[in-house]
Design a protein around this ligand. Structure first.
Ligand code: ADP
Ligand code: ASP
Ligand code: MG
Length: 493
């Protein structure tokens, strides 16, 4: 009998290998030498279980923010400030390479590559400081350096640790439209490219390592999937290759009953449905990018959210049908930086076609509306606070009286078990009776209950709701132990 890890076999039709797992590692899981070494050990563990991993990585933690800050500085004429940010980032990436790759030859090849990339980034920044204009297309180009670099470093670090890793350029696989900064994937093209570029590597038992978030349009111009988009890349690749599972490795034990940064008592949710997870992500739970679930749902691929700093924890399983839960809610999400727009038109409101004229304005400005409530004479809507609000208000004022107010937050309580339960709304509003509520909605999906409050009240509202709804958790669904671990790890990290 052969010993050692059982390697994945190709499936009968010779297409995807069996046991294919897409493993996405977020920024904190690749933030420095130690984190990347932990990530390598996690991937080795999967290979030892006979799995065929495809690895998708984010930029090292905070790098995307800093790249975009450098671009903004340059476009405001602060060339020195922009180049100083770039120089610090160059040092950080060189240090990671040096710490991870002991062999001098391999290390110097990697450091040369890092230097080449930063030289070209510096050219872009100098150009921006001359042009004094930052277009979405150039913002995407600048942001792309984060994942382009991290994926190279991680691939080299894996090879150094005995994994047969090969770097794959995500921009040759993830093809999107040209909506820079929030590009939409072209699923059929991605499926074809992923199968052409990744399956041959997998069949040779190689481990493809690619950047998340970054993509390209059909002309090959760099685009991105929007902030936090590496989760989405992981799911797109999982969908394109019909993976057996998708793993989202992050810095918390899984999807929690609330953001543990806000609510230290948060519990790990052991199992949650696709529908619930999608709702939570859309309404602000940063642990998952809102679009992540779609490709997984289409092919019914289970998704797990796992902690790269606590590998023994089982994380959260996202599945099509979650078990019944005694608690009406699974988790509380918060979306901040929202505005309320009040539209008042005494006579016309209920006339035929009036609401469609209002929505046409939002559509023209490509502005998504989160919540709507209407009365006889007014419509209130909530949207992300964004630079086009004054222009939207100006257009709407052709139709009615308009006012808008920022610094609002949407609190969204999600759970399939609110269906058919009486008195839940009363319990929710009793728990936050000390907080002024501006708008209320119970989603058509019947699995969420949302309301709008002042942004400054949001954290307090989450803690009060959490105390009311999770004091006696259903242990089949929630893990009370995670409470302690998450808090300790956060404090340590
Ligand atoms: P990554 O870089 O791995 O993608 P993110 O920072 O994007 O990680 O997402 C993880 C963070 O999401 C956690 O550190 C946590 O603070 C936050 N978060 C918000 N809501 C939740 C929730 N319900 N469960 C778990 N984490 C949450
Ligand atoms: N690096 C990108 C961001 O910070 C994408 C991601 O991390 O998911 O938004
Ligand atoms: Mg993320």
């Amino acid at each position: 009998m052969p010993t050692g890890p059982r390697r994945a076999r190709s499936s009968e039709n010779g297409k995807a290998p069996m046991n294919l797992v897409v493993m996405k590692f977020g920024g904190t899981s690749v933030e420095d030498t130690d984190a990347i070494a932990r990530t390598a050990a996690i991937v080795k563990g999967r290979v030892a279980q006979g799995k065929s991993p495809v690895v998708v990585v984010s930029a090292m933690a905070k790098v995307t923010d800093q790249l975009l800050r450098a671009a903004a500085c340059a476009a405001q004429g602060d060339r020195t400030g922009a180049l100083a940010i770039s120089s610090r980032l160059r040092g950080r990436h060189r240090d990671a390479a040096a710490g991870l790759i002991p062999s001098p030859q391999e290390c110097s090849t990697l450091v040369d590559l890092i230097d080449q990339r930063f030289d070209s980034l510096d050219e872009v920044l100098r150009g921006l400081a001359v042009l004094l204009e930052l277009t979405p297309r150039i913002a995407d180009l600048v942001a792309s350096y984060g994942e382009r670099l991290s994926s190279r470093i991680v691939a080299a670090a894996f090879r150094e640790r005995g994994l047969d890793a090969v770097h794959a350029d995500a921009r040759e696989i993830v093809v999107t439209d040209s909506e820079f900064q929030r590009a939409a994937p072209l699923d059929a093209v991605i499926e074809k490219r992923a199968q052409e570029k990744l399956l041959p590597l997998l069949r040779e038992h190689k481990i493809p390592v690619m950047g998340g978030f970054i993509a390209a349009n059909e002309a090959g111009v760099t685009t991105t999937l929007g902030r936090g988009g590496s989760d989405f890349t992981g799911a797109l690749i999982g969908g394109a290759l019909s993976a057996d599972s998708i793993e989202i490795w992050t810095d918390v034990d899984g999807i929690m009953t609330a953001d543990p940064r806000v609510c230290p008592d948060a519990l790990r949710v052991k199992v949650i449905s696709f529908e619930e997870a999608a709702e939570l992500a859309y309404f602000g739970a940063k642990v998952l990018h809102p679009a992540t679930i779609l490709p997984a749902v289409k092919k019914n691929i289970p998704v797990a959210v796992l902690n790269s700093r606590n590998v023994r924890c089982e994380g959260t399983r996202i599945v099509s049908l979650a078990p019944h839960c005694r608690s009406p809610f699974k988790s509380i999400a918060v979306k901040k930086k929202l505005s309320i727009i009040d539209i008042v038109a005494s006579r016309m409101l209920m006339t035929h076609g009036y609401l469609s004229q209002i929505f046409a304005v939002f559509d023209r400005h490509k502005c998504a509306v989160d919540m709507v409530s209407t009365s006889e004479v007014s419509v209130s809507l909530t949207v992300d606070s964004n630079a086009s609000l004054p222009a939207i208000a100006a257009d709407l004022s052709q139709l009615a009286d308009v006012k808008y107010e920022g610094r609002k937050a949407l609190v969204c309580m999600v759970g399939e078990d609110i269906r058919g339960q009486n008195g839940i709304a009363a319990q929710v509003f009793n728990a936050i009776r000390h907080i002024n509520v501006r708008m209320i909605s119970q989603g058509a999906s019947e699995i969420n209950m949302s309301f709008m409050i002042e942004e400054d009240d949001a954290d307090e509202a989450v803690r009060s709701l959490h105390a009311a709804f999770f004091k006696d958790p259903d242990l089949a669904v929630f893990d009370a132990e995670a409470r302690k671990t998450a808090v300790e790890l956060k404090a340590g990290g």
